[in-house]
Every structure is written in C-alpha cells, then in structure tokens.
Design a protein around this ligand. Structure first.
Ligand code: ADP
Ligand code: MG
Length: 365
C-alpha cells in the first residue's frame, strides 16, 4: 500500500516537472511541419523557468544545416512566483496579468522575451536572432559553432596569454557600451545581467535571457539597473579589471547626451578613465572610494526615467529657479489633503488582483 502511494507520488511529481506537455509537443510538431525546424535535439540548459534545446533545420535546396535554439518555458505553476514584479508596472502589460491562469502567464512571459529580443536585435546588439514564437515556445538563432556547440557563458571564459588583462578590459568597456545602448536605444534595462547571461565568442559579447528585462519607465527599472551595474563590476574586478565606480557607470548609461554607437561609445568611456582622478593607493583613499560606493548603493535612486530627467533638468537650471521650485514643491506638499492616493493606478489595481486566487503567485513580495 505504501509502495503504491510512493509510486503515485513519483508519478505526480514527474508529471508536474514534465516540460513537454501535450500542447508543447503539438506546437513543436507544427513547427516541424511548417519548416521552422527539422529536428529537436537535447537540452543545452535546464533551468527553473525554462529549458533551452538545440535544434536543426535542414534545407533540401542548399543541402545546408542551420542550428537553432528553442527556449521552452515551463508551464508548471510554482516557478513563476518571482516574475510578477517584472511585469507589474510596465505599460506594455497594463491590462494586468491574470495570475490564476498560469498558461497565460507563461505565454506573456515568452512574449516579453521575444519582443525584448527583437528590440536588441533591431538595435544591433549582439544577441540571438528572434525567429518564431508560439505560446511558450520561442525559436531563435543559435549562438554557437557549425558543429552545434554553444558559445560559452562569460562565466566560463578563460583568457590566456600576455594580452589577457587588456582583453578583459576591452570586454568590460564593450559591455558598458552595450548597457548604454540597451538603455538609450532599446529603452530597456536587462535586470538580470551577469556573466551567466552573456555568451562569448572571439572577442564579442552576446546578450541573452531578456525575459525579465523592463522598460526604462518601469517603477523599479533604475533599481534593476543599479543591480546590473554592480554584478558587472563585481565580475570584471574578479578578472583583474580596473573598473569604474558604480555611480560613474550609472551616469554614463543614463545621461541623455552622448553617443549610442561604437566606436564613439568606447571612446567616451576612455575619456571617463582619463578624466578620473589619479588612482588612489593609500588605504584611506581606497576606503573613501568604498564608502562612496556604499553610499551610492544605498542612496535615493530616482524611481523612473521621468524622475531622473527632472533631477537632471533641475541640475542645469539657474540657482534662483531651483530654490523657487523647491519652495513651490513644499507649498504643494503642505496643501495636499491627508487622504491622498499613495501610488496611483498600479497600487490600486494590484490590490484588486490579490483578492482572487492569485495569492500563490504574489506571495513572494
Ligand atoms: P534561463 O532563463 O534558464 O537562464 P537562458 O536564456 O539564460 O535561460 O538560457 C540558458 C542557457 O542556454 C544559456 O546560459 C546558454 O548557455 C544557453 N542558450 C540560451 N540561448 C541560446 C542560444 N540562442 N544559442 C545558444 N545557447 C543558448
Ligand atoms: Mg539565464
């Protein structure tokens, strides 16, 4: 009897974990019939939210084999706990997400990655080419060699030889340029940028995994940007690169004035290095830099691009006007009724949302 129960338990779990449910299989079959792919191969990666498979497309006419990557988002319910915060507050998803309907949620998630990928691709940022999206199945270009081996993640890259330091430094500069282009041209913050979501080949960095990327007007976009900057800085420091301070990088990425194309991007970064005060090598000076970094990480950060631009605009205004604006703000604040609406639309609607059965998905906040 116990054995029976254990078996049933196992079977239930296996069913829940099975990524290729019936509908997903049908979608793949349809893609094969329509000539999007010819064969699906083994998993390149199995993750919490999605698996990535290699696939090939044979062409009868040219006799060529093209590699593809297929990202299949899991439709089992529990893995999407954390994702809501990336969707809430984005105008592209204003209608809101029916959190009770997991399949729909996964579809929105896949759509988000597909659209973001399109933006990167259109902006000329090295990334997988977005090809076909159907429900939870995203087909994209394969980042790898002709034999079907995927490019390594930046995390696994080792650079040998005398020139290694130099190469790491230029990869760092390349990435800062990409981050600025992503922000200024695509209006996106990656929001999960690290050495795990960047692939590397022959001196080029490829950006992947943009399902959680947010538009720059997302209420938390600048907080996510600060996280991205920290991760990138930490990684390159471990490779021995003399990195710029987080605050400096933040300003470089968000400043409206300035280049968005190479080689001007890299040149602008080199100028920032040149303008930097001589490297401090006393303990006190290093400690002061560390304190400044810490202050930046904890300080008030504008919550949206609009706020950031207000601050920028204010900084460029003559002093008298600034003072006036400040007084005016105080005056307005004094006259605000006590029962003012806290956050506006978004807060109100998310309150409503949690009233139904969506609790399981919003419980992580
Ligand atoms: P996850 O959400 O699971 O982190 P990712 O989009 O980061 O999914 O993909 C997981 C892994 O799959 C990557 O680290 C990379 O090794 C591989 N991968 C993803 N997309 C591609 C692609 N287009 N070409 C080759 N490998 C890919
Ligand atoms: Mg990833």
């Amino acid at each position: 009897k116990q054995d029976q129960e254990r078996d049933k338990d196992k079977a239930d779990r296996a069913t829940a974990e099975l990524v290729l449910d019936q509908r997903t299989r049908m979608i793949l079959l349809q893609m094969i019939n329509r000539g999007v792919i010819s064969e699906v191969h083994g998993a390149i990666s199995t993750g919490k939210e999605a698996n990535v498979y290699g696939a090939v497309l044979f062409s009868d006419t040219t006799n060529e084999t093209q590699h593809r990557a297929i990202k299949i988002y899991k439709t089992s319910i529990l893995v999407f706990k954390d994702r809501e915060r990336y969707i809430t507050g984005e105008h592209r998803f204003k209608a809101g997400v029916d959190k009770g309907n997991n399949r729909k949620m996964v579809k929105i998630w896949a759509e988000k990655e597909f659209r973001n990928l399109r933006r990167l691709h259109a902006a000329g940022i090295p990334c997988p080419t977005p090809l076909v999206l159907k429900m939870n199945v995203l087909v994209m270009g394969f980042l790898g060699d002709k034999r079907g081996y995927a490019f390594p993640r930046l995390h696994n890259v080792r650079i040998e030889g005398d020139d290694a330091d130099n190469q790491w430094r230029s990869l760092y500069i390349q990435l800062l340029g990409i981050m600025r282009r992503l922000f200024q041209v695509c209006n996106l913050v990656h929001a999960d940028l690290s050495e795990y979501n960047i692939l590397y080949n022959k001196g080029t960095l490829y950006i992947i995994d943009v399902s959680q990327s947010v538009e720059d007007n997302h209420p938390r976009s600048l907080e996510f940007l600060r996280m991205d900057i920290k991760n990138v800085g930490d990684f390159f420091r471990r490779q021995g690169v003399d990195t710029l301070q987080d605050r400096t990088v933040f300003n470089f990425i968000t400043a409206r004035e300035g280049p968005t194309e190479e080689p001007e991007l890299s040149q602008a970064i080199e100028r920032i290095y040149e303008a930097r005060p001589a490297v401090a090598d006393t303990d006190e000076a290093l400690a002061a830099i560390e304190v400044d970094n810490e202050v930046f990480r904890n300080q008030f950060i504008p919550q949206s691009l609009e706020e950031l631009y207000d601050i920028e605009r204010e900084a460029n205004e003559p002093v008298e006007k600034k003072v006036y604006k400040h007084l005016l703000a105080e005056h307005v604040a004094d006259n605000k009724p006590d029962d003012k609406q806290e956050e506006g639309e978004d807060a109100a609607s998310s309150d409503e949302d949690t009233e139904d059965g969506g609790a399981a998905l919003s419980g992580s906040e």
